[in-house]
Design a protein around this ligand. Structure first.
Ligand code: UN1
Length: 497
């Protein structure tokens, strides 16, 4: 019998009020059941929010350096348990071990950054326009933060949101994606082991449409952070707009790599294989368009076809594997249907283009790494996020055209340019309409201590990671202290002698 896992609500591991559970299976081997996880109901969400409100009252008064010390211990525990968590994560969501180790490392980096921020969290003191008066701003915690996260970075993305939220003094309700509840469980265990007061964190498993919605719609949860699809993000945005909530959205991408005729093609080849097929293409930052200068187009596609066709598919727990499975069957069907759409639109399949079968592959959601050639700007496979191992190659005749093609999509997360021309690189950096641009590196690989996010329909203007996320999770308070002993009127008594 698989284990029944629990929610963590009001300082205790508890069964869901509904009594219902869902199965969590290994996407590389559907006979392997990891466990059953609560299909919670609105009542569980209500209890979690009431408890988090109590947790907030306590934690918001804990000095920030002490909050940082808890996150320091969280980071140390993640270091100790890195290998075990990476293995559990690969079993749960499929990506290869090197990548799940990297995912935990991103959590470690985020924890240590947050810990050090506990001794900064700078406010500002600025000159007042009046004499004998101080003017300053500082940060205050906001309240309970609802954190809703996707399957593709089951450790890193929750930590990007949760650690800054906690460091700033907020309490957290954590709703991990249904595909990765086990990694969520392991993360909450670590927070508790590190000494986080129990009511400051609540773990709520279940469906976004039920518990996610209950958290988002609750008036006592003033801050929401969501990473996932643009469609769901828009719906959350509408609700949060109506309820005047602070909301950070990270959503889709249609990220392009541009390879110019002067590029180091071997370097670009390694880059595109990693950018397009790492995490089986299931990153918001995945390279899903390859914009090739006409002078190197045919040669580069030949090189790419040879290498992409040889990538080793298999269970991510096997060290030889280069590409793991997709997260579930529905996702595999979506990928396959996009390949069909691409063919109908006139693209040709250079490599891949079908479900991967044979041996161990028959027990998981594998799909061949796929390159579509002859893709034209405006085709659906060029415009829409596929979230799988499908790369669309487009031919252009200049950097200007490449930039236009890059920018002509509704998303704007990351972009990449391979060139040896420093002038072209700097010009493109300012013209590529994305939140992140890489020069001579693929579209994936953001570092935890820099702001992460995109423009247009990728996000709503906020950034995760780095220093900017601390603005999102704190409320600015301004204080003026007038020690002149008489009334001084701002804007009026300014120039009097
Ligand atoms: C995501 O795909 O949602 O830059 C996050 C990267 C990783 C994070 C990706 N550090 O690819």
């Amino acid at each position: 019998m698989p284990e029944n896992f629990k929610n963590f609500i009001a300082g205790e591991w508890v069964a869901p009020s509904t009594g219902n559970y869902f199965e969590n299976r290994n996407p590389a081997d559907w006979n392997d059941v990891i466990g059953c996880f609560p299909r919670s109901g609105p009542e569980d969400a209500q209890r979690a929010i009431a408890s988090a409100t109590r947790g907030f009252a306590q934690w918001s008064k804990t000095p920030a350096p002490l909050r940082g010390a808890v996150l320091q211990r969280v980071g140390e525990l993640l270091v100790q348990k890195k290998e075990a968590i990476a293995r559990a994560m690969t079993r749960e969501m499929g990506k290869v071990l090197a990548e799940t180790r990297g995912d935990v490392q991103e959590g470690i980096d985020t924890a240590f950054y947050a810990a050090s921020e506990g001794r900064r969290l700078f406010g500002r003191v600025v000159p007042s326009e009046l004499r004998d008066k101080w003017a300053m701003s500082y940060r205050r915690p906001i309240g309970v933060a609802g954190i809703i996260t996707p399957f593709n970075f089951p450790m890193a993305i929750p930590t990007w949101k949760m650690f800054p939220a906690l460091l700033c003094g907020n309490a957290v309700i954590f709703k991990p994606a249904e595909d990765v509840p086990h990694t969520g469980h392991l993360l909450v265990e670590i927070l508790l082991e590190a000494g986080l007061p129990p009511e400051v964190i609540q773990l709520l498993h279940g469906q976004g449409s039920v518990v996610g919605r209950a958290v988002i719609e609750h008036p006592e949860v003033p801050v929401i952070s969501f990473t996932g699809s643009t469609e769901t993000g828009s719906a959350i945005g509408a609700t949060c707009g109506r309820l005047h909530k602070r909301l950070s959205l990270e959503m889709g991408g249609k990220n392009a790599m541009i390879v110019m005729d002067d590029a180091d093609l071997d370097l670009a080849l390694d880059g595109v294989l990693w950018g397009a097929f790492g995490t089986t293409g299931q990153r918001c930052t995945a390279t899903s368009r390859l914009i090739l200068h006409e002078k190197i187009h045919d040669r580069f596609l030949k090189m790419l076809g040879d290498r992409a066709g040889k990538l080793r598919l298999g269970p991510g727990l096997e060290e030889k594997t280069e590409v793991g499975p997709l997260i579930h069957e529905e996702s595999r069907q979506k990928v396959d249907s996009y390949v069909g759409i691409g063919k109908q639109e006139g693209a040709t399949v250079l490599v891949g283009g079908a479900t991967a079968t044979g041996g161990a592959l028959d027990r998981g959601w594998f799909y061949q790494p796929t390159v579509l050639a002859g893709v034209k700007p405006g085709m659906r496979v060029e415009q829409e996020e596929i979230f799988g191992p499908v790369l669309s190659a487009i031919k252009v005749s200049s950097l200007d055209e490449a930039v236009r093609v890059n920018n002509d999509v509704r998303y704007g997360l990351s972009s990449s340019l391979y060139t040896r021309d420093v002038n072209a690189a700097f010009r493109a950096m300012s013209e590529l309409d994305n939140g992140i641009t890489y020069i001579n590196a693929p579209t994936i690989g953001a570092e935890a201590h820099l702001p992460f996010g995109g423009v247009k329909q990728t996000g709503n203007g906020h950034r995760e990671g780095g220093w900017e996320v601390y603005d999102f999770y704190s409320e600015t308070k301004v204080c003026y202290v007038d020690y002149s002993g008489h009334l001084q009127r701002a804007q009026i008594d300014t120039y009097t002698e």
